[in-house]
Design a protein around this ligand. Sequence first.
Ligand SMILES: Nc1nc2c(c(=O)[nH]1)N[C@H]1C(S)=C(S)[C@@H](COP(=O)(O)OP(=O)(O)OC[C@H]3O[C@@H](n4cnc5c(N)ncnc54)[C@H](O)[C@@H]3O)O[C@H]1N2
Ligand code: MOO
Length: 409
Amino acid sequence: MTACACDVCPPQGLSPIADVLDQLRHEAEKLPRTEVITLPLLAACGSVLACHVLAQVTVPPADNSAMDGYAVNSAQCVDGALLPVSQRIAAGQAGTPLASGSCARIFTGAPIPLGADAVIAQEQVELLADGRVRLPAVQPGSHIRRAGEDAQVGHVLKRAGERLRPADLGLLASCGVAEVLVYRRLRVAVISTGDELREPWQPLSAGQLYNSNKYVLLSQLDELGFDAFDAGTLDDDYQRTCERLEELAGQFDLLITTGGVSVGEEDHVKAAVDHLGQLLLWKLAIKPGKPLAFGYACGTPIMALPGNPVAAAVTFLLVVVPWLRWRQGEHYQLPTPQWLPASFSWRAGPRREYLRVRSEQAGLARYANQGSGVLSSMSWADGLAYVEPDSQIQAGDALPYFSFAQLLA
Ligand SMILES: Nc1nc2c(c(=O)[nH]1)N[C@H]1C(S)=C(S)[C@@H](COP(=O)(O)OP(=O)(O)OC[C@H]3O[C@@H](n4cnc5c(N)ncnc54)[C@H](O)[C@@H]3O)O[C@H]1N2
Ligand code: MOO
């Protein structure tokens, strides 16, 4: 007999999310990586490095000034010293060795001339009519940026398995790296299911509603740097579902469906995956998101997300994103939650409950309606906090909280 998985019966047959993520990591990492390609830096943001990147030059290449001011030999610079200005060095110029008993006018980024060991900011200097300057005493090394303090030629800047962020691209550019070897981005198809779904520009008839899931998923995939494709909407029809999944399987690295994965007579996705390949996983002990399924259709991984919009969005963040990142070759560690006090009380049922919350000065506030169809809760919230199964929390209790930014970082 199959175990019942409703909210009333005990949750036999529902997998804890930690076990599911372990299993999914294993599934993702056993597949061969996508092809290694060369990309120019500006096309590589969000891509995962296929090999280490080494600095091509030392940065900065020479000791240079951190201020607009005067380069001096600190030993010759007692408080109130009057020195002539023997040269002017701007960024991009080389300068000449500092004449003894003089100082050099210098600008931010310009190389420190031989013989100078400190820079005095121009605000601290008095310019005399005869061209000399009155200087305060200065510590050796003041306002000097050291050669190589940022990067040294030949050193590893970024390692294989790291995902490139905008700041990384800047670092690589500063070190003379113009292109990188990365894994081809995963191609992901988003397939909506449900006779009732319409697009927001279409009129609605009785019983119909607008497809919101695909807007969340496609834009989130895009933002994360995956190649996302809208594979349209499937009617609730078993035969057609099998045909469409088979058709898409060879063309993508992952198929994501939403809806049709629960226990109703119109829910055909699970049966179709069973028919086309192998269903490895169905039902998580989390709310929202219980009926999530994972398997292979004609050899292609498929994540079947629940249709309820909050359930689809939450399972995408908690389960699909980690799988995609492991599959993409990223050395990805699951985020650890922050513990923050709740400003509400809550009683959780038999599944771990992920609440849509906002982190505020007074603690975590929750959206009033936590229904898994209430998408305003996701749009309002800045993260998720969870309450363990069958537990009661009171205002003031600390809850584990993930900001959306953290889940997507
Ligand atoms: N008897 C039971 N019924 C249900 C159970 C259960 O255990 N026993 N589980 C419930 C849970 S939990 C969830 S979550 C939902 C998930 O069901 P499905 O994945 O089969 O989703 P659908 O029935 O197709 O749709 C559910 C709901 O979401 C709307 N929907 C679907 N797709 C979209 C979309 N792309 N954009 C916006 N809204 C969408 C759909 O119209 C339905 O209202 O099952 C419970 N039932
Ligand atoms: O898992 Mo369902 O998402 O509780 O509504």
